[in-house]
Design a protein around this ligand. Structure first.
Ligand code: MTE
Ligand code: MO
Length: 305
């Protein structure tokens, strides 16, 4: 695995070049016939989100970086691999089941999910545990709107999330046990900033960014923002999470962005905002302490890393 500030110069190309390349790939795929790219592979359906107050004034990271510098280990461990290999993911048809400690389990298709609440554009900072960060105009609505579709029982204390997994569609998957799983405490999942995300930059999500539906938890390290979700389960006990299983001393359940608590192998005090060259200070809760700090009142954030 290459390391944090390894942004290849080739990733820093203007959007026009990137979009043309995408068209070219599609055309080439059709011409070649046998390549037969799945129609939903590059997810370019226009969305019409309402502009909201979230994150106005932030300098957005260009789309060509957001879509070519990714972590999505189901499609390879190198940052450049998801944009090359995630086109094999079949995103349609797609359903998400919501089950576990609930009165009425449901299975929802994407048409239903897209209509549960009005789509909003939310500009959030995204800070990877590997010390790079981006600013993304995500599209979606509060995760709480989706979770409210079922009645959690009194036993429900946590929410567990699971990514789709199929070795045939993910032949480059490496480095973790599958399927990828994540979790949130119930009150974290109901916080209005926790986003159920279906798009970015005005369009449905590209596969490498987690199509067709993911969550985005902007005050936590990026790995909490699980992609391509197929199952959501309300549970009584803290659920297992992929990175905690992989290295529990390095990746905790909470994983709130915190410049005061170092990763065992590196400081978390600074980050590189792509495509900037020089590091800048990392902010506690990724700068969202005013909004989410109360969730962690009285908790020892060194122990609960
Ligand atoms: N299923 C799945 N979700 C995932 C990952 C992954 O490997 N698999 N990587 C995580 C990490 S480490 C980060 S930083 C973000 C990256 O999201 P982005 O590529 O859209 O910027 O996705 C997160 N969600
Ligand atoms: Mo990450």
């Amino acid at each position: 695995m290459r390391y944090s500030w390894d942004l290849p110069y080739s990733a820093v190309t203007p959007k026009a070049t990137y979009v043309n390349r995408r068209r070219f790939l599609t055309t080439a795929g059709l011409a070649a016939g046998a390549l037969a790219l799945p129609s939903a592979a590059w997810g370019t359906t226009k969305l019409n989100p309402a502009k909201t107050g979230w994150g106005q004034g932030e300098q957005l990271t260009p789309l060509n970086i957001i879509s070519t510098y990714n972590n999505y280990y189901e499609f390879g461990t190198d940052k450049s691999e998801p944009s090359k290999y995630a086109n094999t993911l079949q995103t349609s048809p797609w359903t998400v089941s919501i089950e576990g400690e609930v009165d009425k389990p449901v299975t929802l298709d994407m048409d239903k999910i897209l209509k549960i609440a009005p789509l909003e554009e939310r500009i959030y900072r995204h800070r990877c545990v590997e010390r790079w960060s981006i600013v993304v105009p995500w599209i979606g609505y509060s995760l709480s709107e989706l979770l409210k579709q079922v009645q959690p029982t009194a036993k429900a204390k946590f929410v567990a999330f699971q990514t789709f997994y199929d070795r045939k569609q993910m032949p480059h998957a490496a480095g973790l046990d599958w399927p990828y799983v994540e979790g949130l405490r119930l009150d974290e999942s109901m916080h209005p900033m926790a986003l159920l995300c279906v798009g970015l930059y005005g369009e449905t999500l590209l596969n490498q960014n987690g199509a067709p539906v993911r969550i985005v938890i902007p005050w936590k390290y990026g790995f909490k923002s699980i992609k391509s979700i197929v199952k959501i389960k309300f549970v009584e006990k803290m659920p297992p999470t992929s990175w905690n299983r992989q290295a529990s001393n390095e990746y905790g359940f909470y994983s709130n962005v915190n410049p005061e608590v170092d990763h065992p192998r590196w400081s978390q005090a600074k980050e590189r905002r792509l495509p900037e060259v020089f590091a800048r200070p990392t902010m506690k809760f990724n700068g969202y302490e005013k909004e989410v700090g109360a969730l962690y009142a009285g908790m020892d954030l060194r122990k609960n890393y």
